[in-house]
Design a binder for this molecule. Structure first.
Ligand code: SAH
Length: 282
């Protein structure tokens, strides 16, 4: 019998943010494998499924177990919060399979089912902070050397990315977020908007609007995502907003526009474009 591994991202944690495809995958499976807290979050969707619960640092054994059961012919759902391909279980399952000489299309079949990642659920609660180029950086140095993380923060900060920090702090890791703030302050204004979202769409949801200078004076933990604005992000009331750039070309407060639709894409009206820059350096 052909086994199957369904790698399911169930979103931030509320039933309403689970996709229909993810629900169907959970229903279809015979066995659910996941971290204890995650199994609890989707418990009400379970009908007949056998549950294999594991602790927090047991991802590798969880992945191996899923592979073993699927090879035996079982349909197994491996669950991750958010999106399973963003600091979740998807990559690890494939790595374990690769080690066993597996190739795509062979038994067991594998399917990754996308979910709403923390960057998106947290952004929605803050307003529209991820309107422009953004990146995610995990501050966990349990598997990644700190020197590499530091380099990525520096690069993202200097290139003016909006940054979503995952795994910002835990009981054991408290210094990483302080070091991150120091690097960011080399490139960004201390008043840069920073949103702290804890347990988005879960029972203890908490949303804090603060600034780069002040962010460490608030509670940040394992379930917080920290969203750092770029140089143009601003607050309006309690909303964190990053402009897309429309104001460079359009009047946002009037129906009358300086440029007609036909003029809007002309090079002379985009002096910042690659084409115009090439012309000036020639
Ligand atoms: N696969 C997940 C990320 C797992 S890493 C995803 O795509 O969202 C764990 C980190 O994700 C946490 O430290 C936190 O930074 C973030 N996170 C996960 N769920 C969250 C939630 N409901 N609210 C806020 N942050 C969350």
């Amino acid at each position: 019998m052909e086994g199957k591994i369904l790698i399911v991202g169930f979103g931030p944690g509320n039933l309403e943010q689970i996709t229909i495809q993810a629900r169907e995958a959970i229903q279809e499976s015979q066995i659910i494998i996941g971290y204890n807290t995650y199994v609890d979050l989707i418990r009400h969707l379970l009908t007949k499924q056998e549950i294999v619960r594991t602790g927090m640092t047991e991802e590798v054994s969880r992945a191996q177990k899923a592979v073993d059961l699927a090879i035996e012919g079982k349909v197994v759902a491996v669950i991750s919060s958010g999106d399973a391909g963003v600091y979740g279980m998807a990559g690890l399952i494939y790595e374990v399979l690769v080690e066993r000489g597996w190739h795509n299309g062979e038994n067991p079949r594998v399917e990754v089912i996308p979910g709403i990642s923390a960057i998106h659920s947290c952004a929605a609660l803050l307003g529209a902070p991820i309107m422009h180029d953004a990146c995610t950086i995990s501050l966990s140095d349990h598997l990644t050397p700190w020197v590499v993380i530091e380099k990525r923060i520096e690069a993202a900060a200097s290139a003016d990315f909006v940054i979503a920090l995952y795994n910002p702090k835990s009981g054991r890791r408290t210094q990483q977020i302080e070091e991150t703030q120091k690097i960011l302050l080399k490139y960004r204004d201390p008043q840069t908007p920073v949103g702290l979202v804890k347990s988005a769409y879960r029972d203890r949801q908490q949303v804090v609007r603060t600034t780069l200078a002040d962010m460490l004076n608030h509670d940040i933990g394992m379930l917080t995502t920290v969203i750092i604005g770029n140089s143009s992000t601003f607050y309006h009331d309690d909303l964190m907003i990053t402009p897309r750039g429309y104001q460079h070309k359009y009047a946002l407060d009037s129906v009358d526009q300086r440029l007609s639709p036909g003029e809007r894409l002309r090079p002379e009206n985009e002096p910042w474009s690659l084409k115009m820059q090439e012309n000036t350096t020639l």
